[in-house]
Design a protein around this ligand. Structure first.
Ligand SMILES: [Cu+2]
Length: 234
């Protein structure tokens, strides 16, 4: 799985070995800035193309500039071939979010496990949203514990103690945990079992969840899956 950075121009050399079918080559999440059709490097490239046909036994060269981080999926847009037959690949782009270009609402749908077609789901009663403009008090109320999303969390590393702090938190039942994003990037607090999901938290934003049942709750950040934490409720 190749990794690239936001701001990189990616060039793909795509060969359709055939022998029978043409490919409707497409990268989900991108528009090709340049397409050298049939890998013809003598003629000027096509520009601004979503999908390009690659004949059986032919090739194409495509370029695109990566604007936002995410997982880009390479497919044959005759989509059953991608899903059922494996004509699929991924490129992971890392870097700063650019919310003017793209903001994922999919992450916000996880909290109740339903799809809302991009609309905000009804907030759960135990979730307390706070305005980021509010004075940045890190003083915890009674029955409340603060977890900091640390500055630099978005940087990929193998040390989870650089991300959520404290990284492993043990609390009694009934405690409210408030996460505060101290990083400049957007992060989420997302339970592995999908019990809770903060949605995108911009810098300075707080998000709280009250743990009403004992158990161990592993969570992570959707845009930065190396960011992991755990809440142990006793
Ligand atoms: Cu993150």
């Amino acid at each position: 799985m190749p990794y690239v950075n936001v701001g990189d121009t990616v060039r793909l050399y795509v060969l359709n070995a055939g022998p029978q079918l043409i490919s409707s080559f497409h990268v989900i999440g991108e528009i090709f800035d340049r397409v050298y059709r049939e890998a013809d490097l003598y003629s000027p490239p096509g520009k601004g193309i979503q999908s390009t046909l690659i004949p059986a036994g032919g090739a194409a060269i495509v370029d695109f500039l990566v604007d936002v981080p995410g997982t880009y999926i390479l497919v044959d847009h005759a989509i059953a071939r991608a899903i059922h037959k494996g004509a699929i690949g991924t490129i992971i782009a890392e870097g700063l979010d650019n919310l003017e270009i793209y903001e994922s609402f999919a992450t916000k749908e996880w909290a109740d496990g339903h799809t809302h077609n991009g609309e905000e789901p009804e907030p759960e009663p135990e979730v307390v949203e706070e305005e980021p403009e509010e004075e940045e008090s890190l003083e915890a109320a009674e029955n409340e514990v603060i977890v900091e999303i640390m500055k630099g969390s978005m940087k990929k590393d193998d040390d989870p103690t650089n991300d959520y702090s404290p990284n492993i938190l043990t609390i009694p039942v009934g405690t409210t945990v408030t996460w505060v994003n101290k990083d400049r990037s957007v992060h989420t607090v997302t339970a592995r079992n999908r019990l809770f999901n903060s949605g995108n938290m911009r810098k300075g934003k707080k998000w709280s969840y009250t743990f009403t049942k004992p158990g161990e709750f592993d969570y992570y950040c959707i845009p930065h899956p190396w960011m992991v934490g755990k809440v142990i409720v006793k």
